[in-house]
Design a protein around this ligand. Structure first.
Ligand SMILES: NC(=O)c1ccc[n+]([C@@H]2O[C@H](COP(=O)([O-])OP(=O)(O)OC[C@H]3O[C@@H](n4cnc5c(N)ncnc54)[C@H](OP(=O)(O)O)[C@@H]3O)[C@@H](O)[C@H]2O)c1
Length: 332
């Protein structure tokens, strides 16, 4: 009998799902026993991009098989599908790591607005920003892995908020840029190559569900403006905040350094501001900043790979902590 952990991936043919398989295939303590796409595809499929990395079969979605053959399942599915599948698997005793937005919002009205398919549930949900939820993960049966934009914003802002270094009344402005894979594999008029190539465009202004998620976790209003940039992967966020009177550059640096002293995937770059190229294909989130103490203007820059720390990598990081494996196992 294998001593590794049997895991499944539902949504294995998508961008996040394939990234999960790529990472899981090299994970020394995990075996992928089920990889599934939509039920609409006939029979078994293979993933040419993963040849010789993971050569398994992708089969149509079957909850019975996932329940019988896995102890943990990653859901890399559209929101409405995850809303149906997640609670069912949890009820059958499978631990679920959901990458969709379905279970992230706690407020019922907000959830109904952004994720109308999400059922009311008694099951507690852990919001899986690993660096800030390690204690809750070992007992979690349903983990809502954060969105890619919120992961970068919250890793940069939460320690400063917790330390009381942000001005209570000051606006928080998050100007975010993302590569096109953030929108999934199905092209739309907005994400089609000839629309994106050679262009940059704002979208979802004052109306993006990740704004609600960041506000929930930060406990204050934010102005969040995402942009699509002509890259395949990567997110860069430039965050503008005011510090409270008297906050110094040393306090900002000490607070972030203390918060992430034991975090293998957060790199603090200080005033050497991070770049997308430094983090793509890694589970790292790089955070840099500059403070003008006289005007109390703090500008933070946070970067990550939307498919790794923003999706598959963080989900595996959560699984590692949840099952008592080393946090960085399979991710370094
Ligand atoms: N892309 C990112 O950067 C990113 C980051 C964080 C979180 N997420 C979230 O992760 C989830 C997946 O995102 P993605 O970008 O990987 O999407 P994607 O590329 O569009 O892949 C979607 C996956 O879901 C499967 N699927 C679609 N409808 C289904 C159904 N009715 N039943 C069963 N399977 C179905 C697809 O299978 P077929 O191939 O058979 O259609 C495919 O495997 C989304 O909820 C997204 O919000 C994405």
């Amino acid at each position: 009998m294998s001593s590794t952990l049997a895991v499944g991936v539902a949504g294995a043919t998508g961008y996040a799902g394939q990234e999960l398989l790529r990472l899981a295939a090299r994970h020394p303590s995990v075996t992928v026993t089920a990889a599934m796409g939509s039920g609409s595809a006939e029979g078994v499929r293979r993933l040419p991009a993963l040849a010789r990395i993971w050569d398994g079969d992708v089969t149509p979605l079957s909850l019975d098989r996932l329940a019988a053959e896995t102890r943990a399942v990653f859901l890399t599915l559209p929101d409405a599908v995850a809303a149906e599948v997640g609670p069912d698997l949890v009820a059958r005793g499978v631990r679920v790591f959901d990458l969709s937005g379905t279970f992230r919002l706690r407020d019922a009205a907000e959830r109904r607005h952004w994720y109308p398919a999400t059922p009311d549930m008694d099951e507690p949900v852990v919001y899986g920003l690993t660096e800030h939820c390690r204690e809750a993960l070992p007992d979690a049966r349903l983990v809502a892995c954060p969105g890619c934009y919120p992961t970068a914003a919250l890793l940069a802002l939460r320690p400063l908020r917790d330390a009381g270094l942000l001005d209570d009344g000051g606006d928080v402005i998050i100007d975010a840029k993302s590569g096109i894979s953030g929108a999934g594999k199905k092209p739309t008029e907005r994400t089609h190559f000839s629309e994106c190539h050679g262009s940059v465009a704002a979208y979802g202004v004052l109306a993006h569900r990740h704004g609600a998620e960041i506000e929930q976790e930060l406990g204050r209003p934010v102005t969040f403006t995402p942009h699509l940039v002509p890259l395949d992967r990567g997110i860069l966020e430039t965050i503008y905040v005011r510090t409270r009177p008297g906050a110094s550059a040393a306090q900002v640096a000490d607070t972030l350094e203390q918060a992430y002293a034991d975090a293998p995937f957060v790199r603090l770059t200080g005033d050497a501001l991070p770049e997308i190229k430094h983090v793509t294909h890694t589970n790292l989130c790089d955070i840099g900043w500059k403070l003008d103490a006289a005007s109390r203007r703090l500008v933070l820059v946070a970067c990550l790979d939307n498919l790794v720390k923003g999706a598959a990598g963080q989900a595996i990081q959560n699984l590692n902590v949840a099952f008592g494996l080393g946090e960085a196992t399979g991710l370094s």
